[in-house]
Design a protein around this ligand. Sequence first.
Ligand SMILES: [Zn+2]
Ligand SMILES: [Zn+2]
Length: 262
Amino acid sequence: MKALSLIKEAIGKLLYPEGLTCAVCECELDESSRNGLCPDCSVPFISKFCKICGTALIGSKREYCDRCVGGHNKFYFDIARAPFPYERECVHKLIWNLKYGMQPYYAKVMAPPMAELLSKMNIQPTAITYVPLHPKKEKLRTYNQSELLAKQISKITGIPCIKTLNKTVYNKISATALGKDDREKLLKNSFEIAGDVKGKSLVLIDDVFTTGATSNECAKVLKEAKAKAVYVLTYATSRGDKPATYEPDADYIKKLKNIRSQ
Ligand SMILES: [Zn+2]
Ligand SMILES: [Zn+2]
């Protein structure tokens, strides 16, 4: 219990740096605002989710989502969880900002709810790790958003963050634009082990869980290297096989271009 209250205190400190504005609509935040978002932009945690992949479930009696029911879609990871549904626009916008918007500080407002969920997952992880980017892509983006989230969560929880994987294949096309089968093909054999994971229980961090293809490919490599358990933790999770799309409006793109050229 002591650990839990320490985590909550750390989350509180990270949540309310002075002068913080809502990460989505940019209004000024007061102390009652959760997770770096104003009440209008806040989304409640997913309360009913698939026991395997963590996707939000509609209908009170279901325990598994369509893709996990009957175990027809076998994942290498043990479970996947996310605090928020990807379909909500403000959730989508935060992820977009962190990933493509050159705004790495968004990791600071996205990590606390992930850490909060991790503290409720009833698991004993040895270490936190993250989905790697190909070095060429990381150089273009200037940072790896999953690594930033993992390091923030590590800071809050005290669980060490370690690098365990390399991305060895550079994909020009983003997997985000593809459906499940194409994603699997694109990602197959594109990760390799980069650290000792034997016997370790790992929390694998990524920004979003859509088809599960990325997390699954990473988990496969980690399990082949004798990791004891792989728990996937993302900021958001999507309901289906269809990739979600978010297109910011023209003004927003213009603003991003200005940030990039600074
Ligand atoms: Zn807002
Ligand atoms: Zn599921």
